[in-house]
Structure formats: C-alpha cells, structure tokens
Design a protein around this ligand. Structure first.
Ligand code: AKG
Ligand code: FE2
Length: 370
C-alpha cells in the first residue's frame, strides 16, 4: 500500500461528507430502482437488498448480453401472398416477417402505451389488480402457473381471448377502462391474420377441407404482453429460454429493443425489430399437421442490460378435442398434447413437446442436438 495511505487519518468532517455521499448514492440508486419490478429483478438492478437470495443461474449457460449476428428472415406481404415462397419459408425457416398486415398503427401504439402503464404500477398493486376474469399477471416464467427449472427474466399479462370476450366489461379495471376492448380489437386482427396465413398453408399442404376449421380456433387464441425487465448485473439469464411454441402459429409484435433470436443451422441469430412488421413463427402443432414438412422453430429472448423490452404475442391453437393425425406422430388431441407439456414441465422443469409423440424418435436428430 502507498505509504501516504498507511498514514491516512480521515478528519471527522471528511468522514461525515463521505457518509453523506454514500447516502446520496443509495438514494440515487433507490430512485433509479423500478419498484414495479418483481423483487428478484429489482435486486439484480440495484443490489441494495442482500436479504433476497440470488436465484440460481442456469447451469451451463453463460449467454452474455450481446446479441448474435442478425439474420434477414423471409418477408411476406399479407395482401399478396406468394404461396410457393411461403411454403419454402415454412419448410426452411419456420419463421417469417409479415408486412401490410392491416393492423392500424394506432391500435398497436395504444395497447403498448397502456400495457407499459399497467406494468409500471408497483409490483404488489399490479399483481393484486391483474387477477380480473380476463387478465392474469405472471413473472419469472412464460408457462404461467408452471415453474420452469430456471427463472426467465420477464413478466407479463396473460389474456385468454375467448374468455375475455365472454366476461366482457367484468374484465375492466380502474383507470384502464378501455384496455379490455383494445385487446379484443387487437385479438380480432390477430385472428384475421392467423386465419389468412393458415388457409394459405393448408392449401399448400393440401389439407382436407374439414381440417381448415378444426386445426385452427383463431378466436380462442392466447394473447400475452411481455415486459422484459432490464437485467443490469446478471448476464447468465435468459429473458425467455430456448423453446418451440406449442401453437399452430404465433404472431410477435416486438418494440424496437430487440433480443429475439432463432436457431438456424445450429447457430443463434438475432431477429431484429423492423417497425410496423410482425414476426410469424410456426409452432409444434403446425409441424405435426404438416408431417414435419414445416418446422416449429426454436427461439429465445436474451436479456438487455440497459433497456426494457415489450412484446405483444398471440398464439393460435386447434380446438381442444381436435385429433392431430399424421404419419410421423402418434395420433393425439390438442388437449393431450397440452396436458403432456404441462406434466413434463412439472416433472422436469422443461418442455419435451413433440418428441413425446414421435414415432421412431431416436432416428431424428433435433436442431438443438447440433
Ligand atoms: O417476446 C418475444 O419476442 C417472443 C416470445 C415467445 O417466444 C413466446 O412467448 O413464446
Ligand atoms: Fe415462443
């Protein structure tokens, strides 16, 4: 140590002023702290509360904050779908960008604005208020009531759209009276887009006409608003861990922050936000319906140190009792699939998905085995 420091004897005034500085620092930190965050996330961003234990980080993942290389995904215009190119994108990517989708920009902006306000309410308040018949609050896991093995750095509002419609104004809550009708309006656009895209895919796949309706219940889809909090001190968490969706198809409307990645040929790539466009990804049910011709793409969301991210996501499913029948999978109803996914998450903290139903599963390497 430097000899001057060895002899250093701070004066009482100096000690007092450094105490004041420390108190000011703490105040600043508290002010920067966002008390709308679930306490665990708040701690990561401020480190002021040592009594809250660190969540255990994912076992073998040091994923870092940095994005991967960006990838240009295929782009489709909903007003003039090119069926040949669409079939190729579903087969080679399982994901594409959609433009000219007809959602009035003001509807998206209004939902995003209100969602930000709702999610910015103090944690306890929003958790207590978002238990209306139509809206449910969740954090730490996108599987709603099921605990994943690892914490996912997210929170959000879960809306079963069919239920929202049936409860009507009972879903309204103070200060956000038109939120329910906005979500309903957005949901109608989602249903229209999902139906248009699914019909196009069904034509390409030459599905029987009765499958057009039973394989997609677009008005009973699920809508989720995700807020991905900043994650200042931890780089070893996923905002949402790698997964495939259980849907027929999913529609993601992301803000300008970025963080969504897809697995393509064994590497992870950023799917950059492009204002006004939507990301469509195919889910497990579409892969089964297409007999593995189309792919349920593996994707994830990485955390961001400086900026929160907001995304509006819609998931379309078949009717619960709809029998999915194909040559590569055992016959299963959508309800059986859903229950099996829930059972697997309960037992192991993770989803096994389609593998559970595959005939001769050992012959087929999955993309994540690469
Ligand atoms: O927020 C996103 O961009 C993706 C969300 C997602 O993958 C999901 O909810 O399954
Ligand atoms: Fe997903």
């Amino acid at each position: 140590m430097h000899p001057r420091l060895l002899n250093f004897n701070p004066s009482p005034q100096l000690m007092e002023s450094s105490k004041q500085e420390a108190a000011a620092d703490e105040q600043e930190e508290q002010a920067a702290a966002d008390f709308s965050y679930p306490p665990l996330f708040l701690q990561s961003n401020t480190n002021t509360n040592p009594t809250v234990p660190d969540p255990s980080p994912p076992e073998s993942n040091t994923i870092g904050f940095d994005g991967g290389a960006a990838i240009d995904v295929p782009v489709f215009d909903l007003q003039s779908l090119d069926l040949t190119a669409l079939g190729e994108a579903c087969r080679d990517w399982g994901l594409f960008r959609l433009i000219n989708h007809g959602i009035p920009p003001l509807v998206s902006v209004a939902i995003q604005g209100q969602a930000r306000e709702i999610l910015a309410l103090p944690f306890d308040e929003k958790a207590a208020r978002l238990t209306r018949p139509g809206f449910f609050y969740f954090w730490g896991t996108p599987a709603l009531t099921l605990k994943l093995k690892e914490i996912n750095w997210l929170e959000g509002i879960h809306v079963p759209l069919g239920r929202l419609r049936s409860v009507g104004s009972a879903a309204d809550f103070d200060g956000f009276e038109d939120f329910g009708s906005l979500v309903d309006e957005y949901g109608q656009h989602m249903a229209r887009i999902a139906r248009t895209l699914f019909n196009a895919m069904a034509i390409i796949l030459k599905l029987d006409s009765d499958m057009f309706s039973s394989y997609l219940c677009e008005h009973d889809g699920t809508f989720r608003i995700y807020r991905y909090p900043k994650c200042a001190t931890k780089s070893d968490y996923f905002a949402m861990e790698p997964h495939t969706d259980s849907s027929v198809l999913s529609i993601v409307n992301q803000d300008d922050v970025g963080g969504l990645q897809i697995l393509q040929n064994g590497s992870w790539f950023d799917v950059k936000p492009v204002a006004g466009s939507l990301i469509i990804n195919l889910g497990d049910i579409m892969q089964a319906i297409s007999d593995d011709e189309y792919k349920s793409v593996e994707h994830r969301v990485i955390v961001n140190r400086e900026r929160e991210r907001l995304s509006l996501c819609y998931f379309a499913f078949p009717a619960e009792d709809c029998l999915i029948s194909s040559s590569r999978y055992m016959k299963f109803t959508y309800k059986e699939f859903k229950n099996q996914v829930a059972e697997d998450i309960k037992a192991s903290g993770g989803k096994l998905g389609l593998k559970r139903f595959k005939i001769n599963v050992q012959d087929e390497p999955s993309e994540s085995d690469n």
